[in-house]
Design a protein around this ligand. Sequence first.
Ligand code: GLU
Length: 301
Amino acid sequence: MPTQKSKARFRFAPSPNGRLHLGHAYSALFTEQAARDAGGALLLRIEDIDQTRTRPEFIDGILDDIDWLGIRFGMNVRRQSDHFGDYGDALARLEQLGLLYPCPATRGEIEADIVAKSGGTVWPRDPDGAPLYPGIWRDRDAGEYEKLRNGGQPVAIRLHMTKALAELNSRNALPLSFHEAGAGPDKETGRVSLDPAIWGDVVLARKETPTSYHLSVIVDDADQGITHVTRGQDLFYATVIHRLLQVLLDLPEPAYRHHRLICADDTRKLSKSAGDSSLKSLRESGVSAAKIRRDLGFSRM
Ligand code: GLU
């Protein structure tokens, strides 16, 4: 008999910076279906590290919308804002490995540095389309970092990608790969290898919050015992950063399944009478949860 520990665990992890829309509904229903097919547990996590954008009414709204859709989540809801200490511990371990550095640069300073360094040539961009960090504060001397840390000026904490890759290499962990049970934007599937350097020196703690999406998500997935990560294809390339952090922090590797993103046509089909595709407005205009399930391809009800 499978023990509680060996049972598959899935999670839906919305960020409460607005009302849920049809894209979220698709992701939640996709995850519900995957958990049911695997006989696994379905957990809810509220990704509220961004305290400037999070509002209590959005959290209540998420719980309401999920309830209305008829999705039942097991155990307690995890809120990221209750776990800043855990993210701090993970950051401290990476710091001990010598893989982090503080960066006080503003967006404007980074842009200006890129203009100066690129000399008119095309500057490399990450998979989300943002220009790669030009390294302004990478490899400064220890005294400068010390001053920054004690100076009270807000700093982001970045991962030194070259050092991180060297650390992975010394652990025979390159190339990094993960199991993709769905597909990436270029139909990548099965065992997928990606180079984390496509992201450059990613920010692991932001100036305004002592963590980041990447750091929190891998700590949470491990703490919640998530065995299967299901989420939108827009996060496919982020997975290699998650694998990198999991290896560095000795955390287990879940399986990944990235799903298609809901496109304008799906949205139009469902929301033409409501005027917007938030679940709240659809509900208020008389659309039923059963219709949403059906039209998104999940016809349980
Ligand atoms: N909080 C993220 C979002 O709402 C999802 C994170 C994840 O599934 O890894 O897009």
